[in-house]
Ligand binder design. Structure first.
Ligand code: NDP
Length: 296
């Protein structure tokens, strides 16, 4: 039977609608406009696209967007001074420093200088620790979006076997923590994992976050499993014309969709949910900063 396509675009639109309603209530009832500051250092083209799209989405749900574009050569001291200023600005509830940073800047130092309660990316060491110990934290947006789609599709995830392929700090590890928090039996696979196909074949839930185009073929997927494809890979598409490209995930969609029970497409799956969760995290931060009830 053909897999159910988990429509991340539609789900993200619903989440953004809920965020917009919450923002309207915060304005009307409390005079608070949640604000998100995005800091971009340098001119990396992909980062510029992400920052533009984050700013646009922020404004669309009625929040304030503060964009700070700094030269590639900006010193660490100047960047830290800006973050310090944003940390103490009451109009700014969320701060996001677009990664990767130019090589002369220490990413860990910069991320850990963001006030944890404004760290809407959830990368600050305090938030990582809080998530790992099951305490209230800021949850990284991409894994949060994946979890929301899984909960929506399955209801309870309790007892399911989940395999996360990839162990990065921004996707793989927090994803595994979230699945564990929902009582899955979790395996984290990576480049040194032995017999990866067999490991993946055990899984009721497969989350692929590797960055290798279509590396997971359909015959690794257990019949009926749910497949969440985080990968975003641009490959040549000569069929579309000379020099054309297209986006694919880490999963071979066509063959995986023949065996999976449900699957996210690329594009239109995890990607839109990531931005929706960033907006949701900003509202959460604004509520926490003002001791107000958080969105569910
Ligand atoms: P990283 O490069 O930081 O991590 C990749 C992980 O994949 C590593 O843990 C690596 O293992 C593992 N890996 C590499 N090769 C293999 C292999 N052959 N078999 C098994 N595991 C392997 O990537 P990210 O986590 O940052 O991103 C992963 C993908 O997700 C990328 O395509 C990225 O573009 C996409 N992404 C999408 C987002 C969205 O919004 N949809 C947001 C963030 C990322 P090891 O640790 O051993 O090296």
């Amino acid at each position: 039977m053909a897999a159910t396509v988990i429509d991340g675009k539609a789900f993200a639109a619903k989440v953004r609608g809920q965020v917009a309603e919450h923002v309207a209530r915060l304005k009307e009832e409390h005079g608070i406009t949640p604000g998100l500051a995005v800091v971009l250092v340098g001119e990396d083209p992909a980062s510029q696209v992400y920052v533009r799209s984050k700013g646009k989405s922020t404004v669309e749900v009625g929040m304030n967007s503060f964009e700070h574009k700094l030269d590639a050569g900006t010193s660490e001291a100047d960047l830290l001074a800006l973050i310090d200023q944003l940390n103490s600005d009451p109009k700014v509830h969320g701060i996001l420093v677009q990664l990767p940073l130019p090589g002369h800047l220490d990413e860990d130092l910069v991320i850990n200088s963001i006030a944890p309660e404004k760290d809407v990316d959830g990368f600050h060491i305090s938030n990582v620790g809080l998530l790992g110990t099951g305490q209230k934290s800021m949850v990284p947006c991409t894994p949060l979006g994946c979890l929301m789609m899984l909960r929506e599709h399955h209801g309870s995830l309790s007892g399911l076997d989940a395999v996360v392929i990839g162990r990065s700090n921004i996707v793989g590890k927090p994803m595994a923590q979230l699945l564990l928090g929902d009582s899955c039996t979790v395996t984290i696979a990576h480049s040194r994992t032995k017999d990866l196909p067999d490991v993946v074949r055990r899984a009721d839930i497969v989350v692929a976050a590797v960055g290798r185009p279509e590396m997971v073929p359909g015959d690794w997927i257990k019949e009926g499993a749910t497949v969440i494809d985080v990968g975003i890979n641009r490959i040549d598409a000569p069929e579309k014309g000379e020099g054309k490209t297209r986006l694919v995930g880490d999963v071979d969609y066509a063959s995986a969709a023949e065996r999976a029970g449900a699957i996210t497409p690329v594009p239109g799956g995890v990607g839109p949910m990531t931005i929706a969760c960033l907006l949701a995290n900003t509202v959460t931060a604004a509520c926490r900063a003002n001791n107000l009830a958080e969105p569910e």
